[in-house]
Design a protein. Structure first.
Length: 255
């Protein structure tokens, strides 16, 4: 699916589902593949799918379901719509929507965090976010090198104008503004050498989550840049894979 989020923006979803020995649904991971910024991040999708499918599905079962053509609505400021279509098609897709983890990269991670934190842990059991932008106000005030990304232009297109005229929308679109004790457990993966989405975005979110007593872990890699996990054989790929392989078992465990 490719619903519009704003000028030049779209979202895609893919589902990894879990099935127990009786064929019943045990949970799933919803991959927010596209994001709200001008250049969606596609880095490492095959790596992520390989790792998650191994963890969530028993061997030999097909687990990746492309949802791009289902017509599921997904708007950045209405995150409930992300799961509405899954609830309607739960039997068909063999999933339990109440046992769902969201995952995303870069701008996709921004959407995953925003949806997870607004929906809360009763609807979302965990969020995995690779190098996410978490605070739109901070992003506006700390722009990326314009040779890499025109931050004011991108944020203005996405949120309908500059910060000065759209303060409320910038805050509403910031996962950091939605942190509370009801947020689901969160895994953050970020490179300290990321010049596209600065690591302070994850560091500041981790601080807020810990203050709210939300289970979280930030894997901060000193050498890593944006998209650092694309190569599973490299140090960033191995460490991030190790972390995400263990996160679903923790997040989906009975509370």
């Amino acid at each position: 699916m490719t619903p519009a989020l704003g000028k030049n923006h779209a979202v895609g979803l893919a589902l990894f589902r879990g099935i127990d020995d009786r064929g019943d649904s045990t949970g799933g991971v919803l991959d927010v593949q596209e994001g709200v910024f001008r250049h969606p991040d596609h880095t490492g999708k095959d790596c992520e799918r390989s790792s998650l499918s191994h963890q969530i599905d028993p061997p030999g079962r097909s687990c990746v379901h492309a949802l791009e053509e289902t017509g599921i609505e997904c708007e950045v400021l209405r995150p409930l719509a992300i799961l509405d279509g899954l609830h309607e098609r739960a039997n068909e897709l063999h999933i339990d929507p109440a046992q769902t983890i969201l995952i995303g990269r870069s701008s996709g991670a921004h959407l995953a965090l925003l949806a997870g934190y607004q929906l809360g842990r009763d609807r979302i059991r965990g969020v995995i976010a690779y190098y996410p932008p978490t605070d739109m106000v901070w992003s506006w005030n700390h722009p990326t090198n314009p040779w890499l990304l025109d931050t004011p232009q991108v944020l203005g297109d996405f949120l309908g104008g500059p910060l000065e005229s759209q303060q409320a929308r910038y805050q509403a679109a910031s996962p950091l503004e939605h942190v509370s004790a009801t947020c689901p457990p969160t895994l953050l993966i970020h490179g300290l050498s990321d010049e596209l989405v600065f690591a302070q975005q994850s560091r500041r979110l981790e601080t807020a989550l810990r203050a709210a007593d939300v289970p979280c872990f930030a894997l901060l890699l000193p050498w890593a840049t944006h998209g650092c996990d694309a190569n599973l054989a490299g140090p960033s790929g191995q460490l991030s894979t190790y972390a995400i392989e263990r996160f679903p078992a923790f997040a989906l465990a009975p509370q």
